[in-house]
Structures are given as C-alpha cells and as structure tokens.
Design a protein around this ligand. Structure first.
Ligand code: OAD
Ligand code: ZN
Length: 254
C-alpha cells in the first residue's frame, strides 16, 4: 500500500475513540454481493418485491426463500482481512465501535465486541404476530427453504430480523450509534454507497461534530466531497495497511 497521508497519521496517533461505519462493500471480499454497483443485487432484483413488509405478506414463501438463499451464502462465508483488521484495532484504541448496515454478523465473528446493527441480523427471526424469537443456530436450516415457517405458539408467519424499506431502525442500536458518532475522533466509512437514510446520517453527524472522516471504497461516493481523506481500493487491503501503521505508532509511544 502507498504511504498514508501525514495529517491522517497525526490524527491516528492521538485518537482514542474510533468508529467504523460499514456497508456491503466490506463483505464483498468474503463473497457476499453488494446492493448497488456493477454486480449489485438491486440491479437484478427489485427491493420492493423482497425487502418490504407488504411483499412478505403477499408472498411469504418467496421472500423467505430469498433470505434462505442469502443465509446459505453467509453461513458459508468468513470474515475477511478488513473485518479482522477492524477487530484488532480494539487492542490499540480506547474505544472502537462498529456501526454496520450489514446483516451478515461477520464483524462479531471477526471478534469485534461493540457492534451496532442498523439493519438487523439474518441470524435472528421472529413471529410477526406475537414477536416470539426464533434464534437458535439451526433454526433456519431446519426449515424448508421455499416454505415460510410458522410460529409454534400462534401460527403466525416468521420473518428474518432485517429492517425492510419503510421500517424503523432498531432504536437502541441507532441511538448508540449516534452517541458513538458524537464522541469519536475518527470516523471510517467503509464499503458503503452512503445513500440509505437514516443510516447514512451517522458519518455526517461525526463529521459535523469535528471528527476526521476517512472513506475507504473502490470508488468515490456522495460522501467523498465531505471526507478528509478518501482511500480508493479494496477494504481488505487498505484496512490491514492502516492497522500496520497504527501498530508502529503505538509501539513507538510505548
Ligand atoms: P451498497 O451496495 O449500496 O454499496 C456498496 C459499496 O461498497 C459501493 O460504494 C462499492 O463501491 C463499495 N465496495 C464494493 N466492494 C468493495 C471493496 N472490496 N472494498 C471497498 N469498497 C467496496 O451497500 P450499502 O451502502 O451497504 O439495506 O447499502 C445500504 C443498504 O442498502 C443496505 O444495508 C441494504 C440495502 O438496501 C437493507 O438491507 C435494509
Ligand atoms: Zn407467534
């Protein structure tokens, strides 16, 4: 990796609170498709037919089947060097929070401890009538892919715990994300097109309150003009490079 800019290194040196705001691009190198861009899911499929509560009520088997398909891909994937580098940052900064739009649980699997999930988690499911949770690890794989499971208690439809278009974000995760954004010294926006709100408010909020905003993406996004530093390339290559720099800085100080 080419060397990092001096002003960024200065900020890294003194930073105590660091937030990583992540999107589908961070999991692309784990083999999970992104939503927008060349091979994006929403180029081929319509979100209004899948990621939407009315669509689920109209055709629950089809929506369940699609999430089962995604679940199988996610189950067979692993955290990549980008997720692992973020988890290792916990050794070097006082506070590291991950605010993710991803539902794949790869940050936790990589070892990150403070993870706020703005769009839910595909490993969890609940009954739409009585809100009973169905989170046991083998639950989804024990069901038939193309047949939505029913609640044992009330017979209601069971859905994945994913925030669909038009739905509210989980309140506690969102407010924790806002708090983390308010106090961070550095905000990294990694692998996100930053166009889906209110999630995309998080990096903007940090920037407005004085954080140094770093963007890591294959290409420029709507966030780029606001960023203090835009690093173009693969997250799985850039983040391990930043981790190496952080290690050097912290060793020098010790
Ligand atoms: P997008 O698919 O909109 O954006 C992915 C971004 O990652 C793009 O800007 C790519 O350029 C970038 N990218 C791809 N591969 C990369 C790599 N190896 N390294 C770095 N960057 C890379 O995904 P999100 O911004 O996460 O909502 O989309 C936001 C929300 O829209 C998702 O959470 C999802 C979707 O509808 C729900 O499921 C509720
Ligand atoms: Zn129920």
């Amino acid at each position: 990796m080419k060397s990092l800019r001096k002003d960024f290194i200065e900020v890294l040196k003194d930073a105590e609170n660091v937030v990583f705001f992540t999107g589908a691009g961070i999991s692309a190198e784990s083999g999970i498709s992104t939503f927008r861009g060349a091979d994006g899911i929403w180029n081929k499929l319509k979100p209004e037919e899948l990621a939407n509560f009315d669509a689920f009520l109209k055709n629950p088997d089809r929506v369940w089947d699609w999430y089962q398909y995604r679940r199988h891909i996610i189950e067979n994937s692993k955290p990549n060097p980008a997720h692992l580098a973020i988890a290792e940052m916990q050794e070097y900064f006082r506070n590291v929070a991950v605010v993710t739009q991803n539902i794949d649980n790869l940050h936790r699997r990589a070892g990150s401890r403070k993870v706020y999930e703005l769009h839910g988690n595909i490993e969890r499911n609940y009954c739409i009538e009585c809100h009973t949770w169905y989170n046991a690890p083998g639950f989804a794989s024990s069901t038939e892919d193309s047949k939505v499971p029913r609640c044992e208690k009330c017979g209601g439809l069971i859905r994945p715990d994913i925030v669909w278009f038009g739905e509210l974000l989980p309140e506690e995760d969102f407010s924790n994300s806002e708090k983390a954004a308010e106090k961070c010294n550095i905000m990294f926006a990694v692998g996100t097109s930053a166009v889906v709100y209110p999630a995309a408010r998080i990096p903007l909020m940090a920037k407005r309150l004085g954080a140094y905003l770093v963007e890591i993406n294959l290409e420029e996004t709507e966030l780029s003009p606001l960023a203090d530093y835009v690093l173009l390339g693969k997250a799985g290559e850039i983040l391990p490079g930043i981790l190496e720099e952080v290690k050097k800085l912290k060793e020098k100080r010790a």
